[in-house]
Write a protein that binds this ligand. Structure first.
Ligand code: ADP
Ligand code: MG
Length: 557
């Protein structure tokens, strides 16, 4: 037997699990089942691709055993299993850098915090919400030695060699006094149904029940062993859309991505033809906590013919869609597809392009409340997309929203164009914008003043690091250019009050000039634009000849 100390962060985490997170304790079961599912997925892959395991008769399943007398619950799988090193690495340390971030993000709001547990992959430790001791008895596929990991959720754990026949893992929980509700088979069934109905492997529940046995005088209460399958055990995305209800989609989402909030929307596509594949994508209501970290966990899982391949490939979708959760299941890829092949694969590139279209279409279909939420959470990433995804630029420019000098909240570019079109006078096809860090400072910028006077709308771009790079690179949207008002002359504006004052005095002069000049000019009018000279001749900007003259003058003629 060997004793080990937990990594410090885990110590903190355990402290929290054991003492603070009391509501929603039931999610420990969801986490254990999800780990069993992952372990089965991994072995399924070996079973299909590795000569060593091909001949094994294997009946993948998850068993949950309730033992009321022993006060215990055990979750068993015949998946990949773990060796000693795996145990230390997977359960004694937190390999992913997420833990620190997790601890930092805890809010004290149990609902949100529980949600984070799943997101950061610290799921196993949730057992300490209900268990006073945990034993993990496990044997790795292809190895001879089995191991037992034991911990009471304090600073240390033990690892002992043990004997076990089949590969796979048993997680044995000695329940705390106040966690006896999880010995009730109805309760356990309810939890499995709620969180794990669409786990594609059968989940069996084993328990004992007292029953009247015998007849007449000989009736006696006896303990009877019962076993039943509690979940549907079908990969949801393979079911016909017509059979699926909103609840099914939502439940599947919360099972796989550990999010207790309903997704904003989803899009499910079963494609047949020269390429055959199924995709199911969700948009989380709240942006995953790690999307602005370099080591973010990708949200899309790749399957080939229902066999799980990877959930660690960052470019199944373009990077700017890294908030999307979902599944790609291809009929055409080989099972033993390698990372290098994945990255340059024509089939995947094809699926990826079609997927982006579907996701963007789903975003555009959101109702107002959800769309606002979407923008609130993901506008920055849409801007990233405008910069990087040339194929879908136009579509992304339809989605992106900006603050504006004219309207409250956010505006689309299309509405900007509409408002500009409704304004009196001539309108150049230009989006005016100002970039900076602080919305308040931008709104009070002296640069804006002239535009306000001229009644010209200016987009207020306060995502400085992003806007500064992205906006100038846009080029055009529907024939309209983007103009940074810091780089051009302010519009010339007439001061209406002064014009009226001057009008009384100068109207006779204007009339006189009109008669004198006659056909030589198009119009004579008062202006407040000039501060030094009394008058000037201006070309008519709608007159092509005037434009030519302007051009010649520029060329020095
Ligand atoms: P996550 O599942 O997000 O990786 P967990 O805390 O739930 O985080 O589990 C940590 C790791 O422990 C898993 O990644 C896996 O390697 C290992 N593990 C947990 N349960 C099992 C199991 N039943 N079979 C094999 N490995 C497991
Ligand atoms: Mg897990």
């Amino acid at each position: 037997m060997a004793k080990y100390e937990y990594q410090t962060e885990i110590g903190q985490l355990l402290q929290l699990m054991t003492h603070s997170l009391y509501s929603h304790r039931e999610i420990f079961l969801r986490e254990l089942i999800s780990n069993a599912n992952d372990a089965l997925d991994k072995f399924k892959y070996l079973h299909l691709t590795d000569e060593k395991f091909k001949n094994e008769t294997w009946d993948p399943k998850i068993n949950i055993k309730i033992d009321k007398e022993d006060n215990s619950l055990a979750v068993t799988d015949n998946g990949i299993g773990m060796n000693e090193e795996d145990l230390i690495h997977n359960l004694g340390t937190i390999a992913k850098s997420g833990t620190k971030a997790f601890l930092e993000q805890l809010t004290g709001d149990a609902k949100k915090d529980n949600n984070l547990i799943g997101q950061f992959g610290v799921g196993f430790y949730s057992v300490f919400m209900v268990a006073e001791r945990v034993d993990v008895i496990t044997k790795k596929a292809g190895e001879d030695q089995a191991w037992k990991f034991s911990s009471d959720g304090t600073g240390e754990y033990e690892i002992t060699p043990v004997i076990k026949d089949e590969h796979g893992t048993v997680v044995y929980l000695k329940l705390k006094e106040d966690a006896k509700e999880f010995l009730d088979h109805w309760r356990v069934k309810e939890i499995v149904k709620k969180y794990s109905d669409h786990i594609p492997y059968p989940i069996f529940l084993h328990y004992e029940e007292e029953e009247n046995v015998g007849e007449g005088d000989k009736v006696e209460m006896k303990k009877v062993k019962k076993s039943e399958q509690v979940n549907e055990a079908k990969a949801l995305w393979t079911l016909p859309k017509s059979e699926l209800k909103d609840e099914d989609y939502i439940e599947f989402y919360s099972t796989l991505w550990h999010d207790s909030e309903e997704p904003l929307t989803w899009t499910h596509n079963q494609v047949e033809g020269s390429l055959e594949y199924t995709t199911l994508f969700y948009i989380p209501r709240t942006a995953p906590a790690d999307i602005f970290r370099a080591d973010f966990q990708p949200g899309v899982k790749l399957y080939v013919k229902r066999v799980f391949i990877t959930d660690d490939e960052k470019e199944l979708l373009p990077l700017y869609l890294r908030f999307v959760r979902g599944i790609i299941d291809s009929e055409d890829l080989p099972l033993n597809v390698s990372r290098e092949i994945l990255q340059e694969n024509r089939i995947l590139a094809n699926i990826r392009q079609a997927s982006v279209k579907k996701i963007l279409a789903a975003i555009k279909k959101l109702d107002e409340e959800k769309f606002d939420r979407f923008i609130d959470q993901y506008n920055k990433l849409i801007k990233e997309g405008i910069f990087t995804d040339h194929l879908n630029k136009e579509s992304l420019l339809e989605i992106v929203r900006y603050k504006s000098s004219k309207v409250e909240g956010m505006t689309s570019l299309d509405y900007y164009m509409k408002r500009a079109g409704e304004r009196e006078g001539e309108t150049k096809k230009e989006f005016y914008y100002i970039v900076g860090e602080d919305e308040h400072l931008l709104r009070n910028s002296p640069l804006l003043e002239a535009y306000r006077k001229a009644d010209i709308e200016v987009l207020i771009m306060d995502d400085k690091e992003i806007d500064e790079i992205v906006t100038p690179a846009i080029g055009e949207y529907k024939g309209w250019k983007f103009v940074d008002i810091a780089t051009v002359d302010a519009p010339e504006v007439e001061d209406k009050e002064k014009l009226e004052q001057y009008g009384e005095t100068f109207t006779p002069l204007v009339e006189k000039l009109k008669t004198i000049l006659g056909e030589a000019v198009k119009e004579v009018r008062l202006t407040t634009r000039l501060s030094e000279s009394p008058s000037c001749v201006v070309p008519d900007s709608s007159d092509p000849m005037a434009q030519m003259r302007h051009l010649f003058r520029q060329m020095g003629q």
